[in-house]
Ligand binder design. Structure first.
Ligand code: C2O
Ligand code: CU
Length: 507
């Protein structure tokens, strides 16, 4: 444990935020002015689109965030890191659909930052992408985010600056549906994370080690852990670190996996009563880890994916990629039960306790049998009828071939890293199809800003979708939110080293 941030780590942190901010600016904000052939984030069209979203009598929900260096107790190990509060996750922000959110950010980090509202179809200039939709918030600077949140659901917020997400800089944003009956007795929020900061390496150190050493260079699909974490591990164990369900296992071997900020040795307790029906909002805020989640002794019914309702689907366990959210409904029985989030394809797990009665808690290493029974993958979910995207032939089709190499450590879309990528052009009013073709041996949770697409063929409405190795996943969206929208892998190390492109509305 390193209780203090060394000067070297501090400098790495500052340097680590420059790449993403600088390169995006080069493309769209060329010569200090926005490319006139594209819709400007701060232009009239974006303002008019927002005005059309505003509802008479909508409430204004205010919040403030102060990203800063903190000391965080993970439930035993105490780490120095960066957070939005003295806890992970950061403050819960809660609004009703149609409300105006006003969030004041004061940057007390030793690095520039930004706040992105993951999954929200908001006004483009509030999307929080430095160099594309705003200037980075300088050290000591302030920024006010103000936007209408149009759609109910489970969302989260995090920086869009370097690999800052891999610290404690994340929080949940719940947008309630004033129309919804709420067929449950209680609600829990469960946030999953992979943790490295303060254990001797910062996320910027991890990125630097990936970039300087690479993995093994053949992209065979077996795990290519970063050398810091993998050193001393025999090759056969490395080969075993893959997920047969989604392929690969991330690039980083984390010392800890957290549920609501806690390691399994001192888990949080979620309390209820036997017979109650609970809605659990689950967010995967990890940077490099998909989780397989199950609740011992219970079945889960998935009701929402990435905020939007799905045809209710029962399962024993489910897989959640980075950036994905699900809401599940559970009928509680009598006892103490492990809610386990196993790091998919990696050793280790996160744990929370579900308690409806007195009794001994299970061991930190407990592995409920449900984890290895029926495992739901969110691409198989069906959209609820109320949110199904009307079928329509796409006027615009973009093919996105996902590629990468471990030496050098670099991830691409259509062969280009972000700084070299041509924007993917769309026009307002079009039905757009994005076809993700994964040519690598790793899974990639692909995320589109500002829109909720539909997985083609009646699949769920989502904003983040896992594309397994050699798999093709097509998604359709209505181009109804003009602006410049990042489209990227939500593995933060893949995004930061190039797997990102701008979905650009033409003026
Ligand atoms: Cu949650 Cu561009 O990301
Ligand atoms: Cu990726």
């Amino acid at each position: 444990m390193s209780p203090t941030i060394t000067r070297r780590q501090l400098l790495a942190g500052i340097a680590g935020t420059v790449g993403l901010a600088g390169t995006a600016g080069a493309a769209a904000w060329a010569g200090g002015a926005f490319d006139p052939s594209l819709v400007a984030p701060n232009g009239d069209l974006v303002a008019r689109t927002e005005a059309a979203r505003r509802r008479a009598g909508a409430a204004t929900v205010t919040a403030s965030l102060n990203p800063r260096p903190i000391t965080l107790d993970l439930g035993g190990p105490t780490v120095r890191t960066w957070g939005y509060a003295d806890s992970a996750p950061g403050p819960l922000i809660r609004a009703k659909a149609g409300d105006l959110l006003r969030v004041d950010v004061e940057n007390s980090l030793p690095a520039t930052t930004s706040v992105h509202w993951h999954g929200i179809a908001l006004r483009n200039d509030m999307d929080g992408v430095p160099g594309l939709t705003q200037q980075p918030i300088p050290v000591g600077g302030r920024y006010r985010y103000e936007f209408t949140a149009p759609d109910p659901g489970t969302y989260f917020y995090h920086p869009h600056s370097g690999v800052q997400l891999d610290r404690a800089l994340y929080g949940v944003l719940v947008v309630d549906d004033p129309e919804e009956a709420g067929a449950y007795d209680a609600e829990w929020i469960v946030v999953l994370d992979d943790w490295v900061d303060g254990s001797g390496r910062t996320p910027e150190d991890v990125l630097a080690s990936l970039q300087s050493m690479g993995g093994h260079g053949d992209m065979t699909g077996t795990d290519h852990g970063d050398m810091g974490g993998m050193s001393g591990m025999p090759m056969q164990d490395m080969e075993m670190m893959t997920s047969p369900l989604i392929g690969g296992a991330g690039d980083v071997d984390y010392p800890h996996y957290l549920v609501n900020g806690r390691i399994p040795a001192s888990p949080v307790t979620l309390s209820g009563k036997p017979g109650q029906r609970v809605r659990i909002r689950i967010v995967n805020a990890a940077s490099d880890t998909a989780f397989r989640l199950a609740l011992g002794g219970h079945r889960l019914t998935v009701t929402h994916s990435d905020g939007f309702p799905v045809a209710p689907t029962p399962t024993d366990a489910l897989l959640l990629g980075m950036g994905e959210r699900v809401d599940v409904s559970v009928d509680l029985t009598d006892g103490v039960f492990p809610l386990v989030a196993a790091a998919e394809g990696k050793p280790g797990q996160g744990l929370a306790l579900v308690r409806t009665a007195a009794g001994e808690p299970p061991a930190a290493t407990v592995r409920p049998t449900e984890l290895d029974r029926q495992v739901l993958i969110t691409t198989t979910l069906r959209a609820a009828e109320s949110v199904a995207l009307a079928s329509r032939r796409p006027e615009r089709v973009h093919r996105l071939v996902l590629g990468g190499t471990m030496m050098p450590y670099q991830w691409t879309i259509n062969g280009a890293t972000f700084d070299q990528a041509e924007p993917l052009l769309v026009e307002r009013g079009e039905r757009v199809r994005l076809t993700f073709e994964n040519s690598t041996a790793m899974f990639h949770p692909m995320h589109v800003h500002g829109h909720t697409f539909a997985v083609t063929g009646g699949g769920a409405r989502k904003d983040t979708v896992i594309v397994a190795p050699k798999q093709i996943v097509a998604v359709d969206l209505n181009a109804d939110n003009p602006g410049q929208w990042m489209t990227h892998c939500h593995n933060i190390y893949h995004a930061e080293t190039g797997m990102m492109v701008n979905l650009a509305y033409q003026a």
